[in-house]
Design a protein around this ligand. Structure first.
Ligand code: ZN
Length: 179
């Protein structure tokens, strides 16, 4: 896992992650959607391109204008105008669908933060995921975007251990689904 972090961030002494979005040029939203759809379908979930889905019980993501989820049918709807800097927020929405048995209103998002990282690694979208986590609040008044590379590594290592204890990752660190 540390190797993946270093690949995404650069070495720990490189300071902080570059959140300018520059490194994302090669990762288009279409590619991110494609990879996450493939991942989701392995677990009976889906990622659909639809700016205004109507056939279901959809709730908009509170922090994104571009995403909504139907928790019951395990679908994430993505507005085709989703910018690259937000594309990996789909991973978080998939977490609500697959990595907890609780509905989004009652779920503990922190419990699947490590799972999100491992999904990003599995799908080869580590940098895009980190970019989308810039404003993620850590519960101690800090946001991911304020952390040094080393601090992010510590947070992710701890969260992956917690995710493993919850059965969200297998012994090789591969993401699993709870529902
Ligand atoms: Zn959430």
């Amino acid at each position: 896992m540390t190797a993946a972090l270093i690949a995404a961030f650069g070495a720990a002494d490189a300071g902080t992650f570059d959140y300018s979005g520059r490194g994302l040029a090669e990762t288009s939203p279409e590619l991110i959607v494609l990879r996450l759809r493939r991942f989701a379908r392995k677990f009976g979930a889906d990622v659909v391109l639809d700016s205004n889905p109507s056939d279901g019980d959809w709730s908009p993501a509170p922090f994104s204008l571009y995403l909504s989820i139907d928790w019951f049918t395990k679908r994430v709807a993505v507005d085709p105008d989703l910018p690259a800097t937000e594309a990996a927020a789909i991973v978080h929405e998939l977490g609500h669908i697959l990595a907890t048995r609780d509905t989004p209103q009652g779920s503990d998002e922190w419990s699947f933060f490590g799972w999100e990282w491992r999904v990003a690694c599995t799908c080869g979208i580590e940098r895009a995921w980190l970019q989308s986590c810039r404003d993620y609040a850590l519960g101690d008044c800090r946001e991911v975007g304020e952390l040094s590379t080393l601090q992010v590594q510590e947070v992710l290592s701890e969260r992956c251990r917690a995710a493993r204890r919850k059965g969200l990752l297998d012994r090789n660190g591969a993401p699993r689904a709870l529902r």
